[in-house]
Design a protein around this ligand. Structure first.
Ligand SMILES: [Zn+2]
Length: 141
């Protein structure tokens, strides 16, 4: 089928219905342009960005009255441990981005086996999303 590249606007032929860019670099350029449009954590050092994410997640959990523990070492198997009503969440905090309201939440999908919850800090709207071990959206109350 013939499609129009979402990035450069050129026509291209593909047999993949999901494909929206004519090639990989076109997709990357589009993402870069989109990221630059928003004042996100782009220019902040990686470690600092990770810490900012953890603090946002921590604040959300403390507001929800979880007893919260933060890892003392960056090599720990999870970033935060949140406990409430006998439930123990071993949380990994990630930075994510959603370009449009209600759009796809982009974040690194790989999850360590030793964690049971992924907390994603969406950096444009500053919202926190939680995911279970199967990467299914879940709510922490
Ligand atoms: Zn293109």
């Amino acid at each position: 089928m013939e499609k129009t590249c979402k990035s450069c606007g050129e026509a291209f032929v593909t047999n993949k219905t999901q494909k929206i860019y004519c090639n990989r670099s076109c997709g990357e350029n589009y993402t870069t342009r989109k990221r630059q449009k928003f004042q996100v954590l782009n220019d902040i050092a990686k470690g600092t960005k990770a810490s900012i994410t953890e603090y946002y997640v921590a604040c959300d959990l403390m507001k929800k009255e979880y007893t919260l523990f933060r890892s003392m070492s960056i090599s720990s198997f999870c970033d935060l441990v949140a406990i409430k009503d006998g439930q123990v969440y071993q949380i990994e905090a990630r930075t994510g981005i959603r370009y449009e309201d209600g759009g796809v939440l982009n974040f690194p999908k790989k999850m360590r086996e030793s964690t049971n919850c992924l907390a994603v800090y969406e950096q444009i709207r500053e919202e926190i999303f939680y995911f279970d071990i199967h990467l299914e959206p879940t709510k922490l109350y």
